[in-house]
Design a protein around this ligand. Sequence first.
Ligand code: GRF
Length: 224
Amino acid sequence: MLRIAVLASGRGTNLQALMSAIGAGRLNARIVGVFSDRASAGALALAREAAIAGVSLSPRSYDTRAAFDEALFSRIDDVQPDLIVCAGYMRLLSEHVVEARRGRMINIHPSLLPAFKGLHTHRQALDAGVATHGASVHFVTPELDGGPVIAQANVPVLAGDDEPTLAARVLGREHPLLVATVRLLAEGRITLGSAGVLLDDAVLHAPLRLGDDDRFQLPQRDND
Ligand code: GRF
């Protein structure tokens, strides 16, 4: 069973989506720890309520980013995750901790990467006047929001949208997107090869796109 460690700095609704999918038998995985840079993170409260180990370390207690990351990832290694999910984790990760976990760490980002990397993505989308926005799940590499994209969910920008209304519509699609993507990782169907994302060991030439049914249209496997 896939062991998942979640990194979160905020509310934790993406964490909650994973917990709910596991609880409903829709995701064959186990969350073995929730880690945060903020003791007040809602995600840690969710972990506590679910009797999942929660760890928060304060960056202010460490002299350098590297020292903080070293300490945090040492605690993450203690729970021996197969997959690390960054779900609203708001700190840059040091290159060495990312490289050491290549192919085992993913991030969900609220834009259709490579568009709108970084923060305030919904503001960026509104300012750019795009008609379609959305969310992406990608493998984490040292470049911020720059790793190979696994899957995306499109979200329309509607007349009259402001940042809160657009953010809410995107967040509502992030949850099924993250669950569907982690399911493929749990099934071993998605991996990271030297040439990029592999689906069933074949190079994925474009991100998977989440349908309105919250599923991906995937090629049938021989033994499906
Ligand atoms: C999500 O929009 C995610 O895409 C972004 O931060 C937000 C986290 O939300 N990285 P939550 O803490 O999972 O509710």
